[in-house]
Design a protein around this ligand. Structure first.
Ligand code: GLC
Ligand code: GLC
Length: 814
């Protein structure tokens, strides 16, 4: 069953039924001001940091699930009936409900009793505010007297404190109301220089700033007393729960449309200009007023919306494809690219499954995310890389996470996740391949943000590599530390205390447990680093890296191969994990997927065996599970992986993040049918028809789909913020369609399904537009290329020597 449809031309997903299985969300904002918005207008806003600068309040894990948002109410002054055009929170039955989630904006609306209303929500580029454009049309034959109400609830900035520290917070809330603009200034009197504002373009019939005055006692957002009464109370919040609501009374002739603009924004004043007049306690509003006036003008709001559209046109225009598969096209051209930008902006901080309180930016995650967005935002990728590297520790290890506002490593979690440093090499390599900007390697970057410790970025890569060499275990494989990619394979944890963090508790000395996955990653990163070193003219260093990866390959062959597939790890007792000798967890996806992705075993047949075993033991119709058999009980020596019931998350769930490693593995083996088949199994668009089972949004990937051991096999969870976005994008773009960035130019090496006659693509790469068409003439993956009509040797198209800005590439597959 479907709950809407794709409108590909407008790059929108249109939800036609408000009670989707879960809230289906979108993101507003793409720079520093952000919002989450669900299909029923739920969600919240923040400036830069979802925890520390939260503008509006949201109640997590609520019933109904999605409560707290950017709510508009309409009330018919004749009948006294009131409703929300976004369905929530009043949940009155509506006609023609639709929610259009687009690129950085959402439009929600409906009709009731002849009154049609839509609100378009977006964040203008380069501004710290969001615009709500509410359009109300009278479709009745008679005139209509309608009151429109806006409403938001302010968060007292630190979302964690806001949700817990009531003995203080019920006393600190403060607002000012001036010329109809509601200013939220809690803690402005002391150490904050920022405030929020909520403004309305029309003359007000009333406002409220105290939640209880608006809602009434013992009432919720579904029936605010002041809306029901038809008159806001002009309340001023003193403590308790500051909120913002405006009331506008409209008299609409038949057929008449009126627009009201609401603005919710954030502003920071210079410390010495906080108050006006100086010495008073009144906010200085001089600096923010011009911005408010500007966007309250509907023409300015429309112009800003148009700029946002152009912004997305140009970002998505960097890579566009036309293939025989609509689901591939839609994800590559629109939604997967869009999701990659969201994961870049949010890392894993704020979604409906990440509270915005817990996780900062992950070192491992953010480096992998680069693979999906570096072509769209190279300058920001550069900045992100330098920020990440600055949290690296002098040992070459890394803080597992850092906070975006401070850019400091997170001490609560610390380091010791032994795969982390290698992802920096992977990320930097992706950046170099995309941009050719070698200057980044010379950029001075501190360790642990310690002034004076700056070294060229290249030095950080060197230390990433040597980190592992200094941490090899009894078999010569890399020690796993707290965890590798699989945060839940905690081999040094041995936790028997409820509630203890599996990620930060370490009861073992960490000198025995080893990871075959990290070994594969080490080989991959080592080869990338060797290529970088040799381009820098460091031949001896490059051969050192190659030498070390060769040694590691030999160790993998000897101790990392189980006969039919790659082992996963050795535990703290030196016992195998992911082996036919194990009772449970005999075979894992990570080591098999990543080793083959890294090209390990292509020459001796082990890669082929590993992929065949993966198909036989791990592949299901809904995707590839992490391991089999699932762990049926808790194992002290394995940690969190065995804490999950079978089929969920890392315990044999379909972790969509790692499925693309197998797709790439299949592509490396030349098996395009298998690669694309795996791609399709988890492609959300291809799963749209089974929305009732899948439950998450059909336009973005979810982190996980329940595995075959779970009672809810096929049900997705944790949509949006997941490494799945970048890896699937990378797998389809660079390995299946085979349009691959390399240090030397654009490589064209498609491994597509046998029944595809070909495809076309446009790729803007290092300032040149490549028009690519691939035609299949035979069954294989051999490619013959012509560039602007001339045949070339090999499959790498070097940047045009004569400065041409457009290049036509034709490829014949045979
Ligand atoms: C989550 C984490 C990621 C980890 C994965 C597997 O997605 O964000 O860092 O690799 O889980 O445990
Ligand atoms: C939990 C999750 C895992 C995630 C980790 C982050 O362990 O299962 O997916 O990576 O938390 O700390």
């Amino acid at each position: 069953m479907k709950f809407g449809y794709f409108d590909d031309r407008n790059r929108e997903y249109v939800i036609t039924q408000p009670d989707t299985p879960l809230p289906w969300i979108n993101y507003l904002g793409c720079q520093v001001y952000f919002g989450i918005i669900s299909n029923t207008a739920g969600g919240y806003s923040f400036y830069r940091d979802a925890r520390l600068r939260r503008l509006t309040r949201y109640r997590y894990n609520n019933a109904p699930f999605d409560l707290g948002g950017r709510y508009v109410y309409l009330r018919d002054r004749e009948s006294g009936q009131f409703w929300s055009p976004s369905w929530q929170p009043t949940r009155r039955e509506l006609e023609n409900y639709s929610c259009r989630h687009g690129m950085g904006y959402t439009v929600i609306g409906s009709t009731l009793g002849g009154i049609e209303a839509h609100t378009r929500y977006f964040v203008p580029l380069d501004e710290n505010l969001e615009v709500w454009q509410l359009t109300v049309t009278n479709r009745r034959a008679t005139k209509a007297q309608i009151s429109a109400f806006s409403s938001i609830e302010f968060c007292l900035w630190d979302a964690q404190d806001d949700a817990t520290n009531f003995q203080r917070n019920f006393n600190t809330g403060q607002v000012e109301v001036e010329q109809g603009v509601i200013y939220h200034k809690t803690e402005y009197r002391e150490r904050r220089d920022h405030f929020a504002y909520f403004a309305c373009s029309e003359p007000l019939a009333g406002f409220d700033t105290q939640r209880e005055a608006f809602l009434g006692r013992y009432r919720g957002w579904d029936s605010p007393a002041a809306v029901q009464a038809g008159q806001l109370t002009n309340s001023i919040a003193h403590g308790w729960a500051p909120m913002g609501a405006h009331q506008v009374n409209l008299d609409l002739a038949p057929g008449e449309t009126r627009q009201i603009v609401f603005l919710l924004g954030y502003h920071e004043n210079p410390v010495d200009q906080k108050f006006d007049p100086p010495g008073s306690q009144t906010i200085n509003k001089k600096l923010v007023k011009p911005t408010i006036a500007k966007y309250l003008n509907p023409l300015e709001a429309d112009a800003a919306f148009e700029r946002l559209r152009q912004y997305w046109d140009s970002l998505l225009g960097i890579f566009q494809v036309s293939t025989p598969d609509i689901h591939t096209d839609r994800m590559v051209n629109i939604w997967n690219a869009y999701q990659c930008m969201a994961t870049f902006n949010m890392s894993r901080s704020a979604s409906f499954y990440e509270s915005g309180i817990g996780r900062g930016l992950g070192f491992r995650d953010s480096n992998q995310d680069l693979l999906g967005f570096v072509h769209m935002a190279p300058a920001r990728a550069r900045e992100r890389i330098l920020d990440l590297a600055a949290t690296q520790l002098p040992t070459g290890g890394a803080y597992h996470q850092y906070q975006p506002l401070t850019k400091r490593g997170n001490n609560d979690i610390g380091g010791g996740f032994n795969d982390d440093p290698h992802w920096l090499i992977v990320g930097v390599s992706a950046y170099l391949k995309e941009t050719g900007d070698w200057s980044i390697l010379d950029e001075p970057v501190p360790y642990d943000n310690e002034p004076g410790s700056e070294q060229p970025l290249y030095n950080h890569l060197q230390r990433s590599f040597s980190y592992t060499l200094a941490r090899l275990g009894p078999h010569g494989l890399p020690l796993i530390g707290r965890a590798d990619w699989n945060d839940c394979l905690n081999l040094n944890c041995f936790s028997d205390t409820p509630g203890q963090s599996f990620q930060t508790t370490t009861n073992k000395d960490g000198k025995v447990a080893e990871s075959v996955f990290i070994a594969g990653l080490f080989v991959h990163a080592g080869r990338e680093l060797a290529a970088i070193a040799s381009r820098r003219g460091l031949a001896a260093e490059a051969s050192h890296y190659i030498g070390e990866t060769e040694k590691m390959l030999a160790v993998i062959r000897e101790y990392g191969w189980d006969g039919e597939w790659f082992l996963r790890a050795y535990d703290d007792f030196g016992a195998k994990i992911g082996s036919k000798d194990c009772d449970e967890g005999k075979i894992f996806i990570e080591s098999n997927g990543f080793c083959v992705l890294a090209g390990i075993g292509l020459e001796d047949g082990t890669a082929l065996k590993a992929m065949d075993a993966t198909r036989e033991h791990l592949a299901t119709k809904h995707g590839i599970v992490v391991q089999q058999p699932a762990y049926s009980r808790y194992y002290l020596n394995l940690g969190e992986i065995s804490s999950y019931p079978p089929g969920y998350k890392e315990n044999a769930g379909i972790f969509c993040h790692v499925n693309p490693w197998v797709m790439i593995g299949e592509a490396r083996l030349g098996r395009g049918d298998a690669a694309h088949d795996y791609y399709s199994r988890i492609n959300p668009s291809a799963r749209e028809e089974i929305g009732e089972l899948h439950r998450c949004e059909p336009y973005v990937y979810a982190q996980m789909i329940a595995g075959k051991d779970a009672p809810t096999f096929g049900e997705a969870k944790n949509s949006w913020l997941t490494g799945t976005a970048a890896w699937n994008y990378y797998a389809i773009a660079q390995w299946i369609l085979g349009i691959r960035t390399t240090l030397d130019g654009l490589q064209i090496a498609p491994v597509i399904p046998g029944n595809w006659p070909g495809f076309t693509a446009t790729r803007i790469f290092r300032g040149v537009t490549y028009k690519i068409s691939i035609e299949r003439q035979g069954e294989g993956n051999r490619i013959a290329l012509t560039v602007d009509g001339k045949p070339i040797e090999g499959n790498i198209v070097a940047p045009p020597a004569d400065g041409r800005k457009e290049v036509t590439i034709k490829g014949i597959l045979s």
